[in-house]
Design a protein around this ligand. Structure first.
Ligand code: FE2
Length: 350
């Protein structure tokens, strides 16, 4: 059978297990995913891996069926090798290795954060943006310089998404809490005084979380009408998100100023927040920079970006042998040498 340069990508760094099949031009043939959710509480790693192992065969089968391809028509298996939750990463890596070995298909392990950048660049046609990567576990402001995606600023404690989920959990909102909090943000009418922590180019959320939680408990004890209480809680949500997003926007603006780049792109599930988008858009306008907001299906965790980065890396002679395919839960964005950005990518086979 003639090889057509199809890549099957597997994403499993955290709550989402996804399989996607794309061609060498990033045309999406199939995109299947399922997210682990809870009504109460957060992610328990053991439950997460059980969820992923349970749904993986069906997701894989559906992706192949939708793409109209058989496994022997796939030319490359790409999987997220890191960073992420070990229990979750292991599921994707195991399946990728098995598919590779059983069908004699080359394997490539990719960095999840860099995959967010590359899919954003491809889909939005953004050639050299500052990435504001805001997700559950990851909060980084990243720019390309001298063969590396350099981290200009990052969280010193928790990721912005985990911060929002923890805050949401205190308020009795299930996981993920971000979309509901974003909706309530727009109902806020008053900006309350809360911590705002930017240290150099880095940021921290724990002081804001402690303070917002304390204020919430005080509102619960107030003897006021239900309607007034609701409004006070909405004001608190508005103020908490306002400070958190303003911190992200400030560091992104500083990265723009330092690098003199003129583009910003959002990545990660929190990038879907309308409140965050509004704030970053305003900053970009003032700096005469352009904001790119990729579609939600590639801003949240997905396997399209894993497959696409696999293709870019393979074209530039990167590969992952089985004995190099160990998961890397703590892999950093700036650990990876980038050899596909300035090189002329040869057209043709993967
Ligand atoms: Fe992500």
């Amino acid at each position: 059978m003639k090889k057509k340069n199809f890549c099957l990508g597997i994403e499993s760094t955290a709550h989402t297990f996804a399989v996607s099949i794309i061609d060498k031009n990033c045309k999406i043939l199939a995109e299947e995913k399922k997210m682990f959710t809870t009504k109460k509480g957060g992610i328990i790693p053991k439950e997460l891996s059980e969820h992923h192992y349970k749904i993986a065969p069906k997701i894989l089968e559906n992706a192949l069926k939708k793409s109209g391809k058989k496994i022997n028509e796939i030319d490359l298996i790409a999987f997220s090798q890191g960073p992420g939750i070990g229990n979750a990463l292991r599921v994707g890596a195991n399946i990728a290795r098995q598919l590779s070995l059983l069908n004699n298909i080359p394997l490539i392990g990719v960095n999840h954060c860099i995959a967010h950048i590359e899919i954003g660049r491809k889909i939005c046609n953004a050639n050299d943006p500052v990435l504001l990567y805001a997700s559950g576990a990851n909060t980084q402001i990243i720019c390309y310089e001298n063969n590396y995606y350099r981290v200009f600023g990052e969280t010193l404690d928790t990721g912005i998404g985990n911060f929002l989920d923890t805050f949401g959990r205190k308020l009795g909102i299930g996981f993920p809490a971000g979309p509901k909090l974003d909706e309530l943000y727009f109902k806020g009418k008053e900006l309350l005084e809360l911590p705002y922590t930017v240290k150099g180019m880095d940021l921290a959320f724990s002081g804001l979380l402690t303070s917002a939680t304390k204020k919430y408990e005080e509102i619960l004890l107030e003897k006021i009408s239900k309607k007034d209480k609701e409004q006070k809680i909405n004001n608190l949500i508005y103020s908490t998100l306002h400070n958190a997003f303003a911190m992200l926007t400030e560091v992104t603006e500083r990265a723009l100023a330092h690098t003199e780049k003129k583009q910003v792109i959002l990545g990660g599930g929190v990038g879907c927040s309308k409140a965050l988008q509004e704030m970053v858009e305003k900053m970009c306008k003032e700096r005469k920079a352009k904001l790119f907001v990729p579609p939600n299906n590639v801003m949240t965790d997905n396997a399209i970006m894993i497959a696409w980065l696999g293709i870019l890396m393979k074209k530039n002679n990167n590969k992952t042998n089985i004995n190099q395919s160990k998961i890397k839960p703590k892999q950093r964005t700036d650990d990876i040498k980038i050899n596909w950005r300035n090189n002329l990518i040869k057209k043709g086979n993967i």
